[in-house]
Design a protein around this ligand. Structure first.
Ligand code: BMA
Length: 385
């Protein structure tokens, strides 16, 4: 273990795995569970020590494997789990038993609880289908249909898909409420809905709804989840890179202070290791974007983070320590989430696995004092001193 932050006693969490509820799960004044508020409070101060390293779908599949237990490409490379694990809820709304990438929701729930028990954190995204066209979350930005452009309006009050959409939110609420340990603790998670909305490739994107409609969609989501008893969720707002350092643009569709706990943005590096111009553009965009959101975070009293990033296929040997880390180390962000290591899409991976060309550079990244993995962070949900 290279460093321990939030040096709080191990008192709270782990009681043996029997089925009786043996631990208190009190509510804070906000109506959310105390552990959820503790998580937020600890995220606010984590940057004094570093930032959590995250990986989407980390324990459920990786390059060359799927469905094994207690396996993770990250762990195979550095003998430690990511401090943050991301999962996607797409197709939960349809009542399916597996998500859009084939991850069984029951397994996802188990892994969320397991990540909590090992002291790590979970973030959830939602690539939900289009309720009006019945297509996927994605649209083609250059050939948007009228129906696609009506989708957000259709789920708002008075719209033809409103009731259907409320049903989808209720299904989501049931899942979030079901994230409970055998000893009676609702696991706090970070929910990041309606992401990359400054682009126009999802049905909630820039050219598919007005700013007011987007804000109404956000409010409807939070209000309904709250109404259905969801009290273990923090909310993250994460546009794409389109704001390009412009704070007003970043905030154009801001759901409102009090509605958001964490802010970030999603940005990806070119996958061509020869294209130095594109790599520099990524580096500069990352730098400017983080600078901007760290200022916004202070003004709006929220926590800044890098909500999605990565270099697909990791073709540049020292990408971790030469490109990503020097920029991240400049800013007080709480976490960075790297995207998934697909098992069924050759080349679609963002973390190294044994034998991958960036392994030794990733181990240097792992050993840097600011990069936080599970062994570094016991105490995220514990009482804040
Ligand atoms: C995208 C890709 C897709 C995947 C989707 C949701 O970025 O990884 O293959 O289906 O995310 O996880």
């Amino acid at each position: 273990m290279k460093k321990i932050i939030l040096s709080l006693a191990m008192a709270a969490a782990i009681v043996s795995c029997n089925s009786s509820k043996t631990v208190d799960d009190p509510l804070a004044e906000s109506g959310r569970t105390q552990r959820t508020e503790n998580l937020l409070a600890n995220l606010r101060k984590i940057s004094a020590n570093g930032y959590l390293i995250g990986h989407q779908d980390d324990p459920v599949y990786g390059v060359g494997w799927v469905g094994d237990s207690c396996r993770s490409d990250v762990k195979s490379v550095c003998n430690d789990y990511p401090a943050l694990i991301g999962f996607d809820l797409g197709h939960l709304e349809l009542g399916d038993s597996v998500n859009l990438d084939g991850v069984p929701f029951n397994r996802m729930r188990e892994e969320i609880i397991r990540q909590y028990d090992r002291g790590g954190m979970v973030t959830l995204s939602w690539h939900l289908d289009n309720p009006l066209t019945r297509g996927s979350a994605w649209v083609k930005p250059d050939s948007l249909t009228d129906q696609e452009k009506q989708t957000v309006a259709s789920v708002l009050e008075g719209g033809e898909c409103h009731e259907k959409f409320l049903g989808w939110l209720d299904t989501l609420a049931s899942f979030l409420n079901s994230l409970e340990t055998p000893y009676g603790v609702k696991v706090p998670v970070l929910f990041r809905p309606w992401h990359e909305h400054t682009g126009s490739w999802f049905w909630w994107g820039q050219n598919l709804c007005t700013a007011d409609q987007y804000k109404a969609l956000w409010k409807l989501t939070e209000d309904r989840l709250k109404e259905k008893g969801v009290n273990n969720v923090l909310y993250a707002y994460s546009p794409g890179t389109e704001f390009a350092g412009d704070a007003d643009k970043y905030l154009e569709r801001w759901p409102g202070d009090g509605m958001v706990d964490v802010i970030g943005f999603d940005t990806y590096c070119t996958n061509n290791p020869e294209d130095t111009t594109a790599i520099n553009n990524y580096r500069n965009g990352l730098d400017l974007g983080l600078k901007t959101i760290c200022e916004i975070a202070k003004q709006h009293n929220v926590v800044p983070a890098l909500s999605e990033t990565g270099m697909e296929s990791l073709g540049m040997e020292n990408w971790w320590t030469e490109v990503l880390m020097p920029v991240l180390n400049k800013y007080p962000i709480a976490y960075v989430l790297l995207w998934r290591n697909a098992h069924d899409k050759p080349g679609h991976f963002y973390m190294p696995y044994p034998g991958q060309k960036t392994v030794s550079d990733f181990v240097k990244f792992y050993n840097d004092k600011r990069t936080l993995f599970v062994k570094d962070i016991n105490g995220l949900y514990l009482q804040v001193n």
